[in-house]
Write a protein that binds this ligand. Structure first.
Ligand code: NAG
Ligand code: NAG
Length: 316
């Protein structure tokens, strides 16, 4: 009798040890940058390592066929695709965290701000996100499609055709062409509530509901122009100098999307790390990303679960 009982107790305790943590820790999704795709080795490894370090389940969410669509599907559509996917994922029901890479950050913010009825996003960790726009076409190498894309963008960024067919045109913000940017650019002005007569308080309300917004800037970023866009800093309208720090932009001072509210509540972490675009070291990953993916209650829950169960069994 006694051995049987303690075996049951052991099984129950083992069950709680194994089952509780995974049922309580919040999963995260990874949204990749332009020209990348979830099946790529680097991205797989990145997602797996984050999972391993944090103990949280991670999912790389693909848009369409990956690399191609990341270039040529307009960002609002990409955000809608991700919105639909996260709504359907049972695993995210109780909320989740977002890890954004480069352009993926704008998709992620699109999901936070535009996704009606989606699961709650808790922490948003942004690596090299062009949050305030970028003044240069992202480099994708020398492939023929890249050259065509590059030329198209430079010549006709704010034409209806390019806006409808090239993702990065949705966040190219040329400081010397702000009126046309505001009039024609289809994604970022909306995402950042920049349009005088079309500000939507729902976007602000949703963005402000984040628990933490971690903005990681790469000190030697040569892809994002200027790199301070990773922190919501940018050029002033009409000129390429000087760079306006995030907290002196109108977006911040007038609190168009709630960045100021979040910051004043101590929920925005402005982090600067060495390295070029997305070149984060393992140490920095562990220091600045993993803590926001870890469930801090995990260990406590585990111990309490064991104690509670053991006590109940001993009264049999
Ligand atoms: C603001 O955005 C929400 C969510 O997408 C939408 O339901 C609402 O109609 C928008 N309001 C206006 C005034 O456009
Ligand atoms: C703006 O941010 C900088 C750090 O980037 C800080 O030193 C400064 O005090 C802030 N200014 C205001 C007005 O909050």
């Amino acid at each position: 009798m006694a051995p049987a009982l303690s075996f049951t107790a052991f099984c129950v305790m083992a069950f709680f040890l194994v089952a509780l943590p995974s049922s309580r820790s919040l999963p995260f999704i990874v949204l990749h940058g332009i020209g990348d795709q979830c099946v790529n080795r680097g991205l797989k490894k990145f997602t797996e390592e984050l999972s391993e370090y944090s103990g949280a389940e991670g999912f790389c969410i693909e848009v369409g066929d990956g690399s191609w669509d990341s270039w040529f599907m307009p960002l609002e559509e990409q955000a809608a695709v991700v919105c639909e996917k996260v709504q359907k994922m049972e695993e995210l029901r109780k909320g989740y965290n977002i890890v954004g890479l480069s352009q993926g950050n704008l998709i992620g913010r699109g999901v936070v701000e535009f996704c009606d009825g989606g699961p709650q996003v808790k922490n948003f960790i942004s690596l090299g996100g062009p949050h305030a726009g970028t003044a240069s076409v992202p480099l994708c190498g020398t492939g023929p499609w890249c050259i065509i894309a590059d030329n198209l963008i430079k010549a006709h960024i704010y034409s209806d055709y390019v806006q409808a067919h090239l993702a990065p045109s949705g966040y190219l913000k040329l400081p010397n062409d702000i009126p046309r940017y505001l009039e024609k650019c289809r994604f970022l002005p909306k995402l950042n509530n920049e349009l005088q007569d079309e500000k939507n308080s729902t976007y602000k309300q949703r963005f402000t509901s984040l628990q933490n917004l971690v903005l990681i800037m790469f000190e030697h970023d040569t892809v994002l122009i200027p790199r301070e866009t990773s922190w919501f800093g940018y050029y002033p309208d009409g000129a390429f100098t000087p760079i306006v720090p995030a907290n002196q932009t109108q977006l911040y001072t007038e609190d168009w999307i709630g960045l100021r509210t979040l910051d004043e509540a101590g929920r925005v972490k402005f982090i600067s790390v060495p390295g070029n675009h997305l070149g984060i070291s393992n140490d920095d990953l562990k220091r600045h990303v993993v803590p926001y993916l870890e469930d801090k209650r995990r260990l406590n829950t585990r111990v309490q679960g064991m104690r509670g169960r053991a006590r109940a069994i001993s009264t049999f």
